[in-house]
Design a protein around this ligand. Sequence first.
Ligand SMILES: CC(C)(COP(=O)(O)OP(=O)(O)OC[C@H]1O[C@@H](n2cnc3c(N)ncnc32)[C@H](O)[C@@H]1OP(=O)(O)O)[C@@H](O)C(=O)NCCC(=O)NCCS
Length: 217
Amino acid sequence: MVTLDALAAGDADWLAGFLLGSSWPYHAGVIDEDEVADRLRQGYYDGPDVVTLIVSDGSRRIGLARVEDLDDDSPTFDLRIGAEHRGQGHGSAALRELTRWVFDTHDVERFEGTTRQDNVAMRSAFRSIGFVKEAHYRRGWPTPDGRLLDAIGYAMLRVDWETGTSTPVAWDDEPRDDGVPDGPSPTGWMTRALRPVPPRSVDATRHGRITQSSVTA
Ligand SMILES: CC(C)(COP(=O)(O)OP(=O)(O)OC[C@H]1O[C@@H](n2cnc3c(N)ncnc32)[C@H](O)[C@@H]1OP(=O)(O)O)[C@@H](O)C(=O)NCCC(=O)NCCS
């Protein structure tokens, strides 16, 4: 059982201690106290469309969840459990409560997160709550040691959260040679709108990669 409480003005020291007190192997760079203070001042943790919540297990503060793009239809988040509390079910429990909080308090259709391909615990947490994998960005997550790993995107739909269902992704809606999609399209729009697309050359310089700063969870 975990609870979520909004980060308050008096939590600055705790926040710095928490962030500096654990290693974050799936996050870029190492943060220091000055940077935490700067971010607090600049509204990184608390603003018009950003909320930061402290995760507690009933008696102790064990983690942190920062939700952003709350003015959008599809907010996203970063979830961190302190190193000594990982692997005990707290991350999954926190993600469940966080999802409940987002849908209960904001009029949004979706809640989404992206994680690094090798972040097995985060990916398992997504799946165990019922988030559906929607995206696989090949070589989309640069690591501090210069590798390019894949980034994986998951999302929960409000309708699925409220009804306990799981809407599948229409992966098979690419048109065949005759312009008809390979598989059923829930909306039928592909059948009406698409015609065969001739191959074209791609100017790689015009296609940016996901950057670390756009990857949040
Ligand atoms: C990712 C994170 C939030 C998950 O929280 P957690 O409390 O460690 O995970 P849980 O104990 O709830 O376990 C979640 C699932 O991952 C599995 N798991 C946990 N640790 C694991 C590990 N080291 N290796 C493989 N699987 C693991 C659990 O078995 C569980 O799977 P299940 O749902 O199939 O039973 C936490 O590990 C963390 O904060 N990591 C560092 C920050 C981070 O990477 N945040 C994600 C943003 S990119």
